[in-house]
Design a protein around this ligand. Structure first.
Ligand SMILES: NC(=O)c1ccc[n+]([C@@H]2O[C@H](COP(=O)([O-])OP(=O)(O)OC[C@H]3O[C@@H](n4cnc5c(N)ncnc54)[C@H](O)[C@@H]3O)[C@@H](O)[C@H]2O)c1
Length: 332
C-alpha cells in the first residue's frame, strides 16, 4: 500500500485525491493547506487522513511514500524542492513551474536526491487526446501537420491571472497543448507571437496568439483569452486529411453513448472515419495509476520533469514576445 500525501487541497488537489482513491494499492494518507475550509473538506471525504496547515509540517510529521503537489504555480518550485529534499517521490501539477529557471532547479534537485519528479501533464494519460495523437504520429494525416486551438472564457480563479503566481492562460491553460504538441511533434524550435490586454485590472497577459514551430516542420496555432467569452476551434490538419473533435454528424450505436468519446477523421476524398476512445477510467485516474507504478519501480515515467520543462520554455518564449509581437527561439 502506497501512502500518498497531498499539498494544496483546493480544486485540483482535492480532485487528485479523489482520483488516487480510485487507483489500486494506494491510501490517501495526509493533506496540507493553509486554508481551514480546504482542510475541513478534505477530512470530511478522507476521515482517516492526517491534515496540516503547511507543507513543512506534513513533510516533517506525516509518514508518506509519495506526494502530490497542487498549489498555485508560483509556489511549485519551493514546495517541490522541499519534498524532493526529503527524498519523497513527487507528482507536481502542471505547469511544472512559473519559469524555466525554476524548472531547471527542480530537475537538479530531483537528480541530487535521486528521487522521481513526475509532472501532471494529464493529457498524456487521456485516452481521448491520445486517440487522435496516435493518428497523427501514425502518419495518417501526412506531413506536415497544423494543429489549431482557439479558446476564450473567464479565468478559473484570481491567482491564475496574477503575473507571478499564475501567469495567465498562455502558460497555465495552454501548457497542456504545448506539452502534448511536444510529445507528438517532437522538439519545439521557435514561436511567433503577440498578446493583447483585454482586462486592464489583471497583472498577467490575459489574451494572446502564437504559432509554435517544431523542428519536424509541424505547427501549433493557438489563440487563447481568459478575459472574454468566445467560440472554440479545435482541429488538426494535414495534407492527407483532418481530424475534428466530436462525431461530425456520424451516428454512434446507442449502447456506446456516454461510454466513449469521439473524434472524426476526414480524408482527402471526404471519407469520414470515427476515432473512439473509452471515457473511463479518466485521465486523472490513469495518471495516478502510472505515478504509483513509477513509485513502485514498475514503470518508467512517461511525464518526467526533463520533458515538462520544454512546455514551460514554449510558454516563456510566448510571454516574452509581448504585445509588439516577435519571432523568438525556444530554449531551456
Ligand atoms: N491538470 C489540470 O487539469 C489542472 C486543472 C486545474 C489546476 N491545475 C493546476 O493545479 C495547481 C493548483 O490549482 P487549483 O485549481 O487547485 O488552485 P486552487 O486555488 O483551487 O487551490 C490551490 C490551493 O493551494 C493552497 N495553497 C496555496 N499556497 C500553498 C502552500 N504554500 N502550501 C500548501 N497549500 C497552499 C490554497 O490555500 C488552495 O487551497 C496549479 O498549478 C494549476 O495550474 C491543473
Amino acid at each position: 500500500m502506497i501512502r500518498v500525501g497531498f499539498i494544496g487541497l483546493g480544486g485540483m488537489g482535492f480532485h487528485q485525491a479523489k482520483s488516487f482513491a480510485k487507483a489500486a494499492g494506494c491510501q490517501v494518507a495526509a493533506g496540507a493547506d493553509p486554508s481551514p475550509q480546504m482542510r475541513a473538506r478534505f477530512v470530511e471525504t478522507f476521515p482517516d487522513a492526517q491534515v496540516y496547515d503547511s507543507p513543512e509540517a506534513l513533510i516533517a510529521q506525516a509518514k508518506v511514500d509519495a506526494m502530490v503537489i497542487a498549489v498555485p504555480t508560483g509556489h511549485h518550485q519551493p514546495v517541490a524542492s522541499a519534498v524532493l529534499a526529503a527524498q519523497i517521490p513527487v507528482l507536481l501539477e502542471k505547469p511544472m513551474a512559473r519559469t524555466v529557471a525554476q524548472c531547471q532547479r527542480l530537475i537538479d534537485d530531483a537528480e541530487k536526491a535521486n528521487t522521481l519528479l513526475m509532472v501532471a501533464h494529464c493529457r498524456r494519460f487521456d485516452a481521448y487526446w491520445k486517440s487522435w495523437g496516435d493518428y497523427v504520429t501514425a502518419g495518417k494525416l501526412g506531413t506536415p501537420v497544423l494543429w489549431r486551438d482557439v479558446r476564450a472564457g473567464y479565468a478559473p480563479g484570481s491567482w491564475f491571472m496574477d503575473e507571478e503566481l499564475g501567469g495567465g492562460p498562455l502558460i497555465d491553460g495552454a501548457v497542456h497543448n504545448y506539452d502534448f504538441a511536444n510529445w507528438i511533434f517532437g522538439e519545439p524550435e521557435s514561436i511567433l507571437s503577440s498578446s493583447i490586454k483585454m482586462d486592464p485590472n489583471v497583472s498577467a497577459i490575459d489574451t494572446g496568439s502564437a504559432i509554435i514551430r517544431y523542428k519536424a516542420g509541424h505547427q501549433l496555432l493557438l489563440s487563447w483569452s481568459w478575459s472574454v467569452k468566445g467560440t472554440t476551434l479545435h482541429d488538426i490538419l494535414g495534407p492527407d486529411g483532418f481530424i475534428q473533435f466530436g462525431t461530425a454528424g456520424l451516428s454512434v450505436p446507442d449502447d456506446e453513448k456516454g461510454r466513449y468519446q469521439y473524434c472524426t477523421f476526414t480524408d482527402r476524398d471526404g471519407q469520414q472515419t470515427l476515432i473512439k476512445a473509452p471515457a473511463q477510467p479518466d485521465m486523472y485516474v490513469n495518471q495516478a495509476e502510472h505515478f504509483l507504478a513509477c513509485v513502485r519501480g514498475e514503470a518508467i515515467c512517461e511525464s518526467p520533469g526533463t520533458q515538462a520543462i520544454k512546455a514551460v520554455a514554449v510558454a516563456e518564449a510566448i510571454l516574452k514576445a509581448g504585445p509588439e509581437g516577435k519571432t523568438q527561439a525556444i530554449s531551456w
